[in-house]
Design a protein around this ligand. Structure first.
Ligand SMILES: [Zn+2]
Length: 231
């Protein structure tokens, strides 16, 4: 039995736990409302408001046209009714009719323009709706996957924690303290040694250290202070 090897394993579990918790944080951060979907929803609402605004304008333009048509009908009735013979009065009525028609024609142009705008806008809304539906489907799918991923990570965390508890039982308090202290200070507490080189600091270890490490006890690199593990 080698303490260094067990400590190395403990470190592997601790690093996996660290990565697991980081992944959980990342996944949790992605669960929730999507800014892209929110933006698409807001865009659609804005477009629908524009349709309402243009429809109201269109209606009031139609009312103007109806109103002017009624007035034109009235003046034309007087004009062609055969009851007025005064040429000055007739010409003034004619002028009034022409003015009314001119105004009506302006509103008719405006009405057509609004109808065109509304048609374009309604097509835009159709596109926006379908875009939003696609985004929402994607988002829901992604959320489902994230929830599954988070559950898997939590399950893995439970296993890792149980492994850690089991492994921790193998060491005395002093060894654990050295390990924890090194982990805190250096991140990597147990360094692999291959071909006499410490992976923690890349320095070739003296033979005496290597010989001591072969015994399987806790031997620390004379250069970086990490516990060495002969791989
Ligand atoms: Zn070292």
């Amino acid at each position: 039995m080698s303490i260094a090897k067990d400590l190395y394993q403990l470190q592997e579990v601790d690093l996996a736990l660290e990565a697991n918790l980081q992944a959980q944080k990342r996944v949790s951060g992605q669960i929730g409302e999507s800014p892209i979907v929110i933006k698409a929803r807001e865009k659609l609402v804005e477009e629908q408001k524009n349709v309402e605004r243009l429809t109201a304008q269109q209606k009031s333009t139609e009312w103007e046209i109806d109103d002017l048509s009624a007035k034109i009908k009235e003046t034309e009735k007087k004009l062609y009714g055969g009851r007025i013979f005064n040429s000055k009065e007739l010409s003034s009525l004619q002028q009034e009719t022409d003015d009314l028609k001119k105004r009506r024609s302006g509103f008719e142009d405006k009405s057509l323009e609004l109808m065109d705008q509304l048609e374009i806008l309604r097509k835009t809304i159709e596109n926006s709706k379908s875009e939003l539906a696609t985004l929402e489907t994607q988002w829901k799918e992604q959320q489902k996957q994230l929830v599954v991923e988070l559950m898997q990570l939590k399950a893995a965390q439970v296993v890792l924690e149980s492994n850690r508890k089991q492994l921790s039982g193998l060491f005395d308090a002093e060894t654990l303290e050295i390990y924890q202290e090194l982990r805190k200070r250096k991140g990597v507490a147990v360094a692999k040694v291959e071909q006499g080189i410490c992976h923690g600091c890349r320095i070739t270890l003296p033979n005496t250290d290597l010989q001591r490490a072969k015994g399987g006890g806790v031997v620390r690199c004379s250069s970086c202070g990490r516990i060495i593990f002969l791989a």
